[in-house]
Write a protein that binds this ligand. Sequence first.
Ligand code: ATP
Ligand code: MG
Length: 418
Amino acid sequence: MGTNQVDHSSRHPSPLPTHRPFGPGKYASLSDSRYRESVAVAKDVREKRQLEETSNRLSSALDQVMEVIAILDAGNGAIIYSNALFAQIFGQPSHWAPKQMFMDLFECRILATALEQARSGQAWTGRSSLKTLAGKTITFEGTVSPVRTVEGTVESLVVRLRDITLEVEKDRHLRQAQKMDALGAVAGGMAHDFNNLIGAILNAAELIEVQVGPDSPIQRKLEIIQQVGGRARELSAQILNFSRRTDDTWIPFDLTGLVTEVASLLQATLPKNVEVRNDLAQGIRILGDPSQLHQVIMNLGINGSQAMQPDGGVLSIHLQPAEAGRRVGDQSFLEPCVLLTIEDTGCGMDPLTMERIFEPFFTTKELGQGTGLGLSVVYGIVHGHGGNLQVASEPGKGSSFKIRLPVHPDLRKGLATA
Ligand SMILES: Nc1ncnc2c1ncn2[C@@H]1O[C@H](COP(=O)(O)OP(=O)(O)OP(=O)(O)O)[C@@H](O)[C@H]1O
Ligand SMILES: [Mg+2]
């Protein structure tokens, strides 16, 4: 049957054409385009997700950077982006105007110039200080950089600021401490020699007094030598106190008792127009030299009283246990300490005077009225006791001297923090 074999496929073609609404080619091209479309959509979604992820990652990184970062519209200076630290310093964006201008959030002329410079295409680097709307002054170092389009136009500005207020303050304290140490060394050396010379003069005067007898006409002159010599000896003792850093004479003692005693002495000896008020925590004991601390309170009290003349005023003395773990200036008080505050309602001081008050021989008093040693002695004694001294004052608004003194470990029992 070989030849009879029929190839049905060719001999009997299907009576009906196969229903293929779209020819194979057509079908193929349409599904391609759909495929391409869906691939494109998937790609878009993936890219969008990647973009979102990158953007989230960037913004989370920028929020954790310890610097203030903002991106501004180069045209009008409006904030386009700002990180978390920016909000901490300049306030939450939810409180801002719709197109918040960067320069309206603080006062700083240097930054206005910096933006101008960056707008013209040149990056700015520098340090300055600004005052926030909340009234806080911040010292910063930073940069303002232009961001250009592909055509080269400056489109936005990136501001980066680092708050260096604490570092600058620490440097200032360190410089002050180094200056005082150097002055202390020089003054101590001089006072020591000076003391020996005065000793020799006073001894000679005593010998002459014995030799010439009480009726001699030079007796009066000898008295003057002794008086003035005695005063010179007191002065050199004060300078020695300022430079002394030893704890030879330290004993545990009741600081509350000492302050009470000095407060009554001040009330009795200061002019009648000065009212001494005290508010003292009971039973505060420290390790130190009571006579030196007596001198500290007397010097501060006398200064306060002098600053309140001629009208008089109130001298307040407070003593309280202070918070441990507090950072004050360049020192950390990790252990319990006590806080002694002496405040007056006197004339106050301007910043230039305040910069110099601890320098030996710095005085604003008239010739012969003050030696300018009082506060340098206070400084020497307080630091010699491992303490710290802070002053706040404004012209016309009085002054406040805060002294923190560490409490010896053996004396801490029963010291409750206020
Ligand atoms: N409570 C205060 N109020 C205003 N100014 C003060 C106060 N305490 C100190 N001063 C300023 O600091 C300067 C230095 O004070 P310091 O006690 O070292 O010397 P003095 O008082 O001038 O002289 P001395 O203490 O030797 O009599 C003072 O001349 C004054 O200008
Ligand atoms: Mg004084």
